[in-house]
Design a protein. Structure first.
Lengths: 313, 313
């Protein structure tokens, strides 16, 4: 009937990608309050902050404080984002996070320049050194492909461009003896449409049948949930999402937030796909996030309500 | 590869269902300004107001004035909503509208009571008289099934319930010699999920292969665009939408607006489906609608921007 996955894993990014895009500085205690609440929703992967230079992202200047103050739940993996080795050092120095090693590539040269001030080729040339580091530290590693579906800076991304990045990741990991968990394709600029999602995933599967694929979707042009559904129908079982649909990169102008965790989880539950998440607790978190940022967020379920109560009647 | 329709027809409901759900009274001139702008987007079907009693919906008290003041484009069909024969009389009396005859059924008894103070059986018993009237007036006629996918009042709607309503519509039209254009299934409470959309449409097609099916989708729980995409993949080529995603029934608590016209049109264009609509003009209309209602609307494309400019580079 369909190729839906039995189970979907969400990686919650609200506390990082979400808060990061707010212009007003959010108090550390409020960030911690949301993270603690998210810890109780059943989410397994929780990105709590970003170890970037406060000059570039002032909102994340309290990264170490956030990590020090959160109450850690036993079944949750906590980690932070980082853009370079200094960032990784800071994350590890907290002593409380279980970091990932990440090999990030860009399908948009201009965006690479803006984000990390390097060309994609320069980025790739650092992979052997990064892999060595990750191996030494014993980090679980994954690949990330930024702007995999198009970019406001450099336009359309041909299928061959994404496939080249995937091949690069697989080959480097093999060469460097790194055992990777997955590759995540990011629609950083909200260019993807459902057919493109299916085409790209199908093409990757043909070349790398055993590669576990995840998606990082933004709802910049209203296609986020349709893309999510298309990916589910291809069996994709791993997604980066943000509570309430918070987010958008401060460097990707006009980019809307990630698809909302609670809306995505609701759709999964309606399709009979297990998420391990408690919808009512997610709704509480989305409302808390709205209260903290002080404005409405794009997520719908927190306002429409889940169907559990209505079905019980 | 897929069953996408070659062409999708949108029926724009922003000026009716959209404005109707605003608590603050919108000046007639502002409504007219938006309708005039929408007339130039390429939209073919434009619902401009609702002929309901101002006691129940004060926002629509200026229905006749709106109709008198709009500048009518040649390729657009203008019409108003109505809930009973008095409403239809008012619409016809304007002398400027090309009304439809509508046979409306409810898959939620409680919602029928709240909306028109009748049971569904009582509603059906009026069909012969209505059909006679529509025939005499020479109105194009269609069927509408409210709460076809579930209701906050009465819970889930079994497939058999929707099919019975469809059968009733087809049989009545046949008995009464009414030639109908289509049947529209309304997800009035935002209960539908993509699998349900496919199941219901597939089941109707099996029984009535030649029946032209349309959808009226609300994005109450974040599934609106995924449902839209699922319907496209079933070949559905007719949708009620609202510019900016305005709307929500004043009697369906918590209901969010219709899916946004501009986002739905964007998705179609990206999938290679013709809409006849100008995306940039739709974006201007969505921005105008936000300015008129004085708050952000859920539509994304007006903020994310279309891809036309980026692709030209």
């Amino acid at each position: 009937m369909s190729d839906y996955p039995q189970k979907v894993t969400f990686r919650e990014e609200g506390a990082r990608e979400g808060f990061q895009s707010e212009s007003q500085i959010i108090p550390t205690g409020e960030k911690v309050r949301l993270i603690n609440a998210l810890s109780r929703t059943g989410v397994r992967l929780l990105q709590v902050t970003s170890f970037v230079h406060p000059k570039w992202v002032p909102q994340m200047a309290d990264a170490e404080d956030v990590v020090a103050q959160i109450e850690m739940g036993p079944a949750v993996r906590y980690f932070g984002a980082y853009l370079n080795e200094q960032g990784l050092d800071r994350a590890i120095a907290t002593g409380r996070l279980k970091q990932y090693g990440v090999l990030t590539q860009y399908c948009s040269e201009t965006y690479a320049k803006k984000n990390v001030n390097r060309s994609n080729q320069e980025i790739i040339s650092t992979f052997p050194q990064l892999c060595q580091r990750y191996r030494k530290l014993g980090l679980d590693t994954y690949g990330m492909i930024i702007a995999a579906f198009g970019s406001n800076y450099d336009g359309e991304v041909p299928l061959s461009g994404v496939l080249a990045a995937v091949d690069q990741f697989v080959q480097t990991s093999l060469d460097q003896g790194v055992k990777y968990e997955r590759i995540v394709l990011a629609d950083s600029f909200g260019w993807a449409n459902p057919e493109q999602i299916k085409r790209v995933i199908g093409a990757i599967r043909e070349r790398h049948p055993d590669l576990y694929i995840g998606l990082h979707l933004h709802d910049t042009r209203g296609t986020g949930m349709a893309n999510f559904y298309a990916a589910l129908s291809m069996g994709v079982g791993y997604f980066d999402t943000a509570i309430g649909g918070m987010g958008g990169s401060p460097f990707a102008k006009g980019a809307a937030g990630n698809i909302p965790t609670e809306d995505a989880a609701f759709l999964c539950e309606e399709l009979g796909i297990d998420t391990g998440l408690d919808l009512d607790m997610l709704i509480e978190c989305a409302k808390m996030a709205e209260a903290i940022v002080g404005h409405l967020l794009p997520g719908k379920l927190a306002h429409g309500g889940s169907l559990t109560g209505y079905r019980k009647r």
